[in-house]
Design a protein around this ligand. Structure first.
Ligand SMILES: Cc1ncc(COP(=O)(O)O)c(C=O)c1O
Length: 381
């Protein structure tokens, strides 16, 4: 019997039972970075980009936004639809911005919004971005969509920070911006609380999924969404019917989930450590920098690893055949793919990276199954 390994966390019984939302705690309070920050909700991070860019730009119909070259293209569609001119800056192998390249590009296109991404939950040093923002007079948005909760250097220096709790918790799409007092007049959310039918559909689906997993996995076969390596993108957001509203169900689930973030972070780190320990025994595999080490309290988003040049595709396919939902680096923007030499680091990640789930709902059996399968595949290939 194959085990059904889910890519996203399951509803916790407490979460489902605590639907009355009686904690008394303010919604989203756990994500507030600065004491006086304002929290604004969005259905998804991609909506937040579009709203933030338009609201801080000199010309709201043509905001100039700087993004790292490795950014997932499907998450930029709304921003493009909003008229943004997106400038992709180069990155180093460890995904830090190449500041010479950033400054060079800023000479011809002055940024309204600079996006610094804390990929897979690993916070970047914000020192240089603050210097750059002062030089240019632009607003910084720290993309912490992969970050479970604010910790460490995140948001220091008066930046706007994006969180997408739906990416790490059992929640229908909910993202939020935590906005410093100095920018609160400029950045606000047009989304309001309301009934949202699709969140109840999401809830029903997750309850069924929970049942399947609880009863031992019913031998469900999994296949990659796109059917092939490197075609594994997020939903095509151009076809998502974006709600204008945040649902009450979503808000209540968020209230329940936000109370357990410390324990969720612990479980994620534990799962990450088990996979890292197993991988250390396999030559030709590597956890890329900076993801080998995690500061105290940080929660990894997933388990990233390289399997050696030209092997990632075969390993990815073999993992899916065994029911392991590996993921790849997402789709790159066409502007980046079209210039492979200019953006060689982004393309390197795209071609060589695999990701395994390490979320809080995985059981030891599922983690062990991933480890055995990976070892077996790598020994054979
Ligand atoms: C780093 C990062 N930021 C932002 C987004 C967009 O987030 P959302 O799925 O909430 O639109 C994604 C989506 O995958 C992402 O990977």
């Amino acid at each position: 019997m194959s085990t059904y390994i889910q890519t996203v966390p399951l509803l916790t019984p407490c979460g489902a039972l605590r639907l009355s939302g009686s904690s008394g705690e303010a919604l989203g309070a756990q994500w507030r970075v600065g004491r006086d920050d304002q929290i604004e909700f969005f259905p998804r991070g991609s909506c937040a980009f579009a709203v933030a860019a338009r609201s801080v730009a000199k010309d709201p119909d043509r905001p100039v936004c700087f993004f790292p070259s490795y950014f997932c293209d499907s998450s930029l569609k709304l921003l493009r639809q909003a008229g943004a001119r997106i400038v992709f800056y180069r990155v180093a192998r460890d995904l830090t911005p190449n500041w010479d390249d950033v400054r060079q590009r800023a000479k011809t296109k002055h940024p309204d919004l600079f996006v610094l991404v804390h990929t897979f939950g690993h916070a970047q040093d914000p020192t240089e971005v603050q210097v750059f923002a002062k030089e240019e007079g632009c607003v910084v948005l720290e993309d912490a969509a992969h970050v479970l909760k604010p910790d460490g250097p995140l948001g220091r220096g008066g930046t706007v920070v994006l969180f997408s709790p739906h990416k790490l918790l059992a929640l229908p799409p909910i993202s939020l911006l935590t906005i410093p007092h100095s920018l609160a007049e400029r950045v606000w959310s047009p989304y309001k609380a309301a009934w949202r039918t699709q969140d109840w559909k999401w809830f029903a689906k997750r309850l069924i999924q929970k049942g399947i997993v609880t009863f031992g996995g019913l031998g469900i076969k999994v296949k990659p969404r796109s059917g092939e390596f490197n075609g594994d993108t997020d939903n095509d957001i151009s076809v998502i019917d974006y709600p204008r509203k945040i649902s009450k169900l979503g808000r209540r689930l968020l209230l329940a989930e936000q109370q357990d973030l410390g324990e969720i972070a612990r479980l994620r780190r534990e799962n990450f450590a088990k996979l890292a320990c197993a991988l250390a025994e396999i030559s030709e595999t590597e956890i890329p920098q900076p993801f080998e080490t995690w500061p105290e309290g940080a929660a990894p988003y997933a388990f990233p690893f390289f399997v050696g040049q030209h092997r990632a595709s075969a390993v990815y396919t073999a993992l899916w055949r065994l029911g392991i939902p590996a993921q790849t680096w997402p789709d790159l923007p066409p502007e980046v793919s079209a210039q492979p030499e200019e953006y060689s680091e982004a393309l390197y990640w795209r071609r060589n990276l695999l990701l395994l789930p390490i979320h809080q709902s995985l059981t030891s059996r599922q983690i062990n199954m991933m480890i055995y399968s990976l070892k077996d595949i790598l020994a054979r290939s």
